[in-house]
Design a protein around this ligand. Structure first.
Ligand SMILES: NC(=O)c1ccc[n+]([C@@H]2O[C@H](COP(=O)([O-])OP(=O)(O)OC[C@H]3O[C@@H](n4cnc5c(N)ncnc54)[C@H](O)[C@@H]3O)[C@@H](O)[C@H]2O)c1
Length: 308
């Protein structure tokens, strides 16, 4: 049986995620959106690219959740990106409403799926989706850390003029501002970057990573990043569908790990066919733990606003 992935929201992140997933032949893809015509047009366009890409992935665009039935994975990108001048709470409330609309419909048709949440504010939306669907925590995963660590890796590789393949990066915590990078576990060919770069340079790269989303918004003006975010989604989809047991930083519902209970926070997890198969706990320094606690407090504040 071929695998099936539904992508809810066929805007920039959703359509580009569908592109990566289909062009890597990971699964058949259903793109769904509230806007009529857009998913159909983008889906058909992607389908027509497959002969050139030599891929047999089927791509369908639709407004009807019946077409998404029995998906193995549902990726939720529906929502608005934060616009200039928009308050965090406005974004939170708008996207929470959208979540309420899409999660119930998606899981009605794909009750055995694994959810990957992408909509922002990420950790709070993952928490909302988890509560709405009632799935076990293994099957609701937030995408943020793969993107944040990819940005950090790209900046480290560029700075040291080495292959991105040699660079690994380790980040914990919430998406963006409250991200907690762990330089001592970020390496170039196994060498911790703390051996290769001075503290000031590392801090500069870390800050650029924290501001990675804003740097792109500043250039684009009317939208936010989508190539790297959707590539991050595709990596998570691949890890699950191929049961790769890959260790990736993802937002997961913590139940005591890292001293945090009942909240979605970014931590290293093992992604395989069952979704989150393990949460990897490492010993943090008091300063790292404090940063992680601050990150968790920020998520707690947001989920409080939407009454979760
Ligand atoms: N987690 C991350 O690291 C990360 C990275 C990038 C973007 N994002 C977030 O992903 C979301 C999407 O970003 P984008 O750039 O693709 O935005 P976009 O505006 O290009 O696309 C969003 C799509 O969602 C659709 N939509 C809205 N309400 C819907 C509903 N009820 N049902 C179905 N579809 C609906 C819209 O019609 C639109 O096509 C935003 O919230 C953004 O902030 C998160």
């Amino acid at each position: 049986m071929r695998k099936k992935v539904t992508v809810v929201g066929s805007g920039n992140v959703g359509a580009t995620a569908a592109h990566w997933i289909a062009s890597k032949e990971l699964a058949d893809v259903v793109l769904i959106d509230i806007i009529e015509g857009v998913p159909q047009g983008k889906g058909l366009d992607l389908l027509e690219a497959m002969p050139i890409e030599k891929r047999d992935s089927h791509v369908l665009g639709t407004n009807d959740y019946a077409d998404t039935a029995n998906s193995d994975i549902v990726v939720i990108t529906a929502g608005i990106p934060r616009k200039l001048g928009m308050s965090r709470d406005d974004l939170l409330n708008t996207n929470h409403k959208i979540m309420k609309d899409v999660v119930g419909k998606a899981i009605e048709f794909s009750p055995h799926s694994i959810l990957i949440v992408v909509s922002n504010p990420l950790d709070a939306m993952a928490q909302a989706a988890h509560k709405m669907c009632g799935f076990s925590r293994e099957r609701v995963i937030g995408m943020a850390g793969v993107l944040d660590s990819a940005r950090f890796r790209a900046f480290i590789a560029e700075h040291l003029d080495v292959s991105v393949e040699n660079v690994t990066a380790f980040v914990l915590g919430g998406h963006g501002d409250t991200m907690v990078p762990l330089p001592r576990y970020s390496t170039v060919a196994g060498i911790p970057i703390t051996e290769l770069l001075d503290a000031q340079t590392i801090e500069k790269l870390v800050q650029r990573t924290r501001d990675g989303g804003a740097e792109i918004v500043k250039y684009l003006k009317t939208g936010s990043a989508y190539y790297a975010p959707s590539a991050a989604v595709a990596e998570m989809v691949e890890a699950i569908l191929k049961d790769k047991k890959k260790i990736l930083p993802c937002a997961a519902y913590l139940q005591g790990e890292y001293g945090i209970n009942g909240l979605f926070v970014g931590v290293p997890v093992k992604l395989g066919a069952k979704g989150i198969e393990q949460i990897i706990e490492i010993k943090l320094t008091p300063q790292e733990q404090e940063q992680l606690n601050r990150s968790a407090a920020a998520v707690k504040e947001l989920v409080g606003v939407i009454g979760l």
